[in-house]
Design a protein around this ligand. Structure first.
Ligand code: DX5
Ligand code: ZN
Length: 226
């Protein structure tokens, strides 16, 4: 079980210090949300900011591109220090080339799908990816409510993973708190992105430990039930 705080919810006025706080929080990955004002109706930050995070920590940087033209950005995010780059399956006929390009750059490969997108859309790519990111809110903003309709998609992906004896991660992103994280863990998720809920707690370290305990407990229960 991996915990990935999203720096979108951090205080941008002291971004480097916030990145250090994440690095020392006991979390596994730092999640970096890149929004281009076109694929989603918001703009966040670019490779220059990812480079600032990279300078603070050696931790795994999980870069989530919510962008219409990731092909023009991959090199820059790679140079900035991304360990994994995730693109969206909604980009349709571009997806295959994008996944190959990320792999050829020597980075881990992620594929995301939005809440309205059917899980069947990702199936052809499952052999090419390290992480499947199941969005549990419509991307663009932090602090939204978890969409429960995503849970059957996580279950389906977990079944496919077991059938293929594949080892891609199933990551969830959006509206993740202790309760929704448990539900996702129960459905088969193993990477938990959380922004607002983690950053609003006084101690990030304690919040990360609490979230980890919650999802590990849910997994243990699922294993007993199986
Ligand atoms: C949403 C982003 C998320 C966001 C999650 O577009 O992809 O990573 O930061 O934030 P919370 O946890 O606040 O829903
Ligand atoms: Zn994200």
């Amino acid at each position: 079980m991996l915990i990935a705080p999203s720096l979108l919810a951090s205080d941008f006025g002291k971004f480097a210090r916030e990145a250090q706080r994440v690095a020392r929080s006991g979390a596994d990955w730092a999640h970096l949300d890149i929004m281009d004002g076109n694929f989603v109706p918001n703009i966040s930050f670019g490779p220059g900011v990812v480079k600032v995070v990279r300078a603070q920590t050696k931790m795994f940087l999980d870069v989530h591109l919510m962008c219409s033209k990731p092909e023009v950005l991959l090199d820059a995010f790679c140079k900035a220090g991304a360990d994994q780059i995730t693109v969206h399956v909604e980009l349709a006929d571009k997806v295959s080339d994008l996944l190959w390009k990320i792999r050829s750059l020597g980075r881990k490969v992620g594929l995301a799908l939005n809440p309205p997108t059917a899980i069947s859309m990702v199936r052809p790519y499952l052999g090419m990816i390290d992480t499947l990111l199941v969005m549990t809110v419509n991307p663009g903003f932090g602090g939204q409510d978890f969409i429960h309709e995503a849970l059957p998609k996580i279950e389906k992906a977990a079944v496919w993973r077991a059938e293929k004896s594949a080892d891609f991660h199933i990551e969830v992103d959006g509206g993740i708190n202790l309760t929704t994280a448990r539900e996702c863990a129960h459905a088969g998720a193993d990477v938990f992105v959380s922004g607002s809920d983690l950053f609003q707690k006084r101690s990030l370290r304690r919040a990360v430990a609490q979230l980890r305990k919650a999802v590990e407990g849910a997994r243990a229960k699922t294993a007993v039930a199986a």
